[in-house]
Design a binder for this molecule. Structure first.
Ligand SMILES: N[C@@H](CCC(=O)N[C@@H](CS)C(=O)NCC(=O)O)C(=O)O
Length: 225
């Protein structure tokens, strides 16, 4: 396992956008974990050497342990803060939810925001199918992992619900169609450190207006047309 010299806080490196990195950012805010956020404009040769898949985000623990992939980083922090479910079944349901949010909601929404294609599908298929399911689940269970406390499943759904609204896909936000998801959003946004993060976070509509090189030169397969 590669290690580098120790530092006093964990470090998270990414482009200055919300994208996938907001999941670990919101989790660390919610849990009051201090970390250094390093925003970069490009992946230079030195940074690239540190990236297992040539992509950001990169998380570096204080002991030098490095992790790529937003979901792995969020799960790592969630594990350390007892936020991934208590029983094997609860943890399985938590993974079911976070995988769905990452792959079936946020990835197609980001791709659509970047390419300008598939907007109707996000609004007419993705949002009602997945947010409808989460809304129903929350009417029967207080927590999306079906355990007795919040987990990264709730955090993922909150972030995605908020993010699709930010990207202009979810006019229903304003129409009270998902009251349980509104409550979930309210729960996370009542946290004082999350509030601090919300004040500082970038605007992805601005970010996507000036597409970075890695999108333009098609080096990021999941974001291509
Ligand atoms: N599945 C990855 C996706 C990472 C990803 O798409 N990273 C983009 C920035 S948000 C990137 O580094 N692109 C540079 C490239 O592909 O060359 C995750 O969730 O962390």
């Amino acid at each position: 396992m590669m290690t580098t010299p120790t530092c006093t806080k964990p470090q998270l490196t990414n482009f200055k956008c919300r994208g996938f990195v907001q999941f670990p950012q919101v989790l660390m805010a919610y849990k009051g974990i201090e970390y250094d956020m390093c925003y970069v404009d490009k992946i230079d040769d030195e940074l690239r050497k540190e990236l297992k898949f040539g992509q950001l985000p990169l998380f570096r623990e204080i002991d030098g342990f490095k992790l790529n992939q937003s979901l792995a980083i969020t799960k790592w922090i969630g594990d350390k803060t007892d936020f991934i479910g208590k029983s094997p079944k609860e943890r399985a349901l938590v993974v079911e939810t976070v995988a769905c949010v990452h792959t079936d909601i946020v990835l197609p929404a980001m791709r659509s925001a970047i390419t300008g294609e598939g907007r109707d599908k996000i609004i007419n298929v993705v949002i009602p199918r997945y947010f409808g399911a989460f809304e129903r689940l929350l009417s029967e269970n207080k927590y999306l992992g079906c355990g007795d406390s919040h987990t990264i499943a709730d955090l993922y759904v909150y972030v995605a619900y908020d993010y699709l609204g930010h990207l202009g896909f979810a006019p229903d936000h304003l129409q009270g169609k998902y009251p349980n998801l509104d409550c979930l959003k309210n729960h996370f946004e009542s946290n004082k450190w999350v509030q601090e993060y919300l004040k500082r976070r970038p605007d992805d509509n601005e970010f996507f207006k000036n597409l970075p090189e890695w999108v333009k030169n098609d080096s990021c397969p999941s974001m291509s047309k």
